[in-house]
Design a protein around this ligand. Structure first.
Ligand SMILES: O=C(COP(=O)(O)O)[C@@H](O)[C@H](O)[C@H](O)[C@H](O)COP(=O)(O)O
Ligand SMILES: [Mn+2]
Ligand SMILES: [Mn+2]
Length: 345
């Protein structure tokens, strides 16, 4: 799979990031999102694969493109349809977030990225658009920290696994009212908290790499982003656990349906019989091969954002593969028809 489409998925996230970056700082989050979706879809439909979107736009925004269940790949491209033989193509499930951190793009803040994860058919958990309690940590703490333990206990474990004092640990938490107690507990335990307004995929990913000065992600974010983060951590060997949150009282927003009971009914209709199950990275991204790709829209811990120059743009992407066990940073100069210069920096 990596050989077949590894390079192509880099271009998919690059194109989405470039499109979205044109709307950076313009205060229009929906446009920044929409153009990323269109660019991602257009490039995806040139790939010789039979792709199916399992996590996409859709539930939250009732989107017309990259919706859950949409078929993508060369056979979905009207121009190629005549020559297309689906039986010859590899079947792939895809989780996408073409613009992860739409607010970050709209307001010119760091940490937004175009992101996707792919695996064989059935290899990614088709999470509903609910919330998810998440715990991400570096590879050294994999299987040692536990989402069922308190933050205080996990910080002690992290401190031992990483050979640093608790005071030397930094935990990313989304700045939300629902996290007030968690933030207090982390601070009282002695660790430092980095509050983010959006973009918990980037935070989870940062835990996978030493040198980012981020040692854990704790708290509740969106479930689809949880699966994408899990795919990255699965391929990288980091720790990720997620537990669906279906009670609107816990998150204090109306985003996950009217009532706890209606959400439980919906989970049951999806075949999720144990709604409180804690999933680890291997369960959320269970395929034999898992690939993760991201391209910075605005600069973050791991990737620089898109930099435009007259006639082109430069991007930085990351592709992580469970198959080749590589985390590959890709630095690309994109040249339009006739650039006056090919800008190096
Ligand atoms: O910040 C986020 C927004 O993602 P997007 O809509 O693609 O720009 C995600 O990283 C979060 O995981 C998540 O969507 C968020 O926590 C849910 O929203 P909220 O109710 O504001 O916490
Ligand atoms: Mn997102
Ligand atoms: Mn998004």
């Amino acid at each position: 799979m990596e050989n077949t489409i590894g390079l192509e998925i880099i271009e998919v996230v690059e194109q989405a990031a470039i499109a979205s970056a044109k709307w950076m700082g313009k205060g229009e989050k929906n446009t920044a999102d929409q153009v990323a979706v269109e660019a991602m879809r257009e490039r995806m439909n040139k790939i010789y694969m039979r792709g199916r979107i399992v996590i996409g736009e859709g539930e939250r925004d009732d989107a017309p493109m990259l919706y859950i269940g949409e078929e993508v790949g060369i056979c979905a491209n009207p121009e190629a349809k005549a020559q297309c033989n689906p039986d010859e193509l590899i079947e792939i499930d895809i989780a996408v977030d073409p613009c992860e951190g739409t607010n970050l793009v709209a307001y010119g803040q760091p940490g937004s990225m175009a992101v996707l994860a792919i695996s064989e058919k059935g290899g990614l958990f088709a999470a509903p658009d609910f919330y998810m309690k998440k715990l991400a940590a570096p590879p050294a703490a994999k299987g040692k920290v536990d989402i069922n333990k308190s933050a205080t206990e996990n910080l002690k474990i992290l401190s031992e696994c990483l050979g640093r004092s608790i005071e030397e640990l930094v935990v990313v938490v989304m700045k939300r009212e629902r996290h007030n107690d968690l933030i207090k507990e982390i601070r009282e335990a002695g660790a430092r908290v980095q509050l983010i307004s959006d973009g918990d995929v980037g935070a989870a990913l940062s835990c996978g790499f030493a040198g980012t000065n981020i040692h854990a992600l704790m708290g509740i974010g969106a479930a689809p982003e949880g699966v994408i983060s899990a795919a990255a951590m699965r391929a990288l060997g980091g720790h990720f656990q997620g537990q669906l949150i279906y009670d609107p009282e816990v998150v204090k927003t109306g985003l996950i349906g009217e009532s706890k009971q209606s959400n439980l009914d919906r989970l049951a209709s999806m075949g999720i019989t144990d709604p409180d199950k804690v999933y680890d990275a291997h369960e959320l991204a269970s395929g034999e091969t898992v690939l993760f790709a991201a391209c910075g829209i605005t600069s973050g811990n791991l990737m620089q954002g898109v930099r435009f120059f007259h006639g082109g743009a430069r991007t930085q992407s990351l592709v992580i593969s469970s198959q080749s066990k590589t985390a590959r940073f890709v630095d690309t100069i994109h040249m339009n028809e006739q650039p006056k210069v090919v800008q190096l920096h």
